[in-house]
Design a binder for this molecule. Structure first.
Ligand code: UDP
Length: 242
């Protein structure tokens, strides 16, 4: 059961339901991937149909932004709750620790994934992090080989959107991993370079505002977000008439 929000079909799951499904996918067989679109990513999908298809072909499409939740309500197809990519990823870490699944960290500036791995190993002592690679490589083939040689079950792919989802769709199946998750700036948070909003801000749906205050360079990207809700309103009127 998926709810279509401005061209992207989201799974209507709670965070814990999503984590459980993620853990099942990580155990294989085969290859699948998870995407965590926020309104900005949905908008990219509206501009690039091939990218929208990549999003919709994911095994799990999780609503990362409060804007997606608002748009879903406006469209009359509400979603159970926001499922932030970082919370999904963190839940998966605990599952991998239990099952012995092997995790590869791909993305961010040189050194960040290593720092993230070091921090995660302290917090999840039984977790196997089987390899890391920064996200500024030119040639993908050696990265594919590295993931394959590491015998990764799961890879967190943090190259920013739309690059990470495109990379996953093109190269993921060649790596032998069972599950890849596109996670944006998550390695920067695990490495301790970027702080998340306090929980109270997250609960109030204001995480985006916290990020804006701390990274003002995001203003240009975020200025488009109110328009997203205006477009959702227009779309809901159209649906009402259909
Ligand atoms: N990044 C990367 N390779 C690139 C471009 C970006 O590894 O070619 C990384 C960047 O260093 C950052 C992440 O991708 O760690 C994107 O973070 P951002 O906060 O923009 O993502 P969001 O969470 O907003 O999607």
């Amino acid at each position: 059961m998926r709810n279509e929000i401005m061209g992207v079909s989201f799974d209507n799951l709670t965070l814990s339901e999503a984590i459980q499904k993620g853990a099942d996918l990580a155990a294989g067989p085969g290859f699948s991937y998870v995407v965590t679109p926020n309104p900005e990513i949905v908008n990219m999908g509206r501009e690039m149909p091939d990218y929208r298809d990549i999003l919709n072909n994911a095994a799990l499409v999780l609503p990362d932004g409060i804007g997606v939740i608002h748009a879903a309500k406006i469209l009359g197809t509400p979603l159970k709750e926001r499922v932030p990519g970082i919370d999904f990823a963190t839940g998966l870490l605990s599952e991998l620790e239990k099952t012995g699944g092997r995790l590869f960290l791909l993305g961010a500036k040189p050194g960040v994934a290593d720092q993230a791995a070091e921090n995660l190993k302290k917090k999840y002592p039984k977790l196997t992090i089987c390899g890391t690679n920064d996200g500024y490589f030119k040639d993908s083939a050696p990265v594919v080989e590295k993931i394959k040689a590491a015998q990764a079950d799961v890879a967190f792919v943090c190259l920013g959107a739309p690059k990470q989802e495109r990379w996953i769709a093109e190269y993921g199946p060649q790596t032998g991993a069972h599950l890849m998750v596109g996670l944006g700036g998550v390695l920067d948070v695990y490495a301790g370079n970027v702080k998340r909003a306090p929980v109270i801000w997250q609960k109030m749906g204001l995480e985006w505002f916290y990020r804006l205050v701390h990274q003002p360079s995001r203003f240009g990207r975020m200025a488009k977000l109110p328009l997203f809700l205006v477009d959702a309103k227009k779309e809901s009127k159209k649906r009402g008439k259909a």
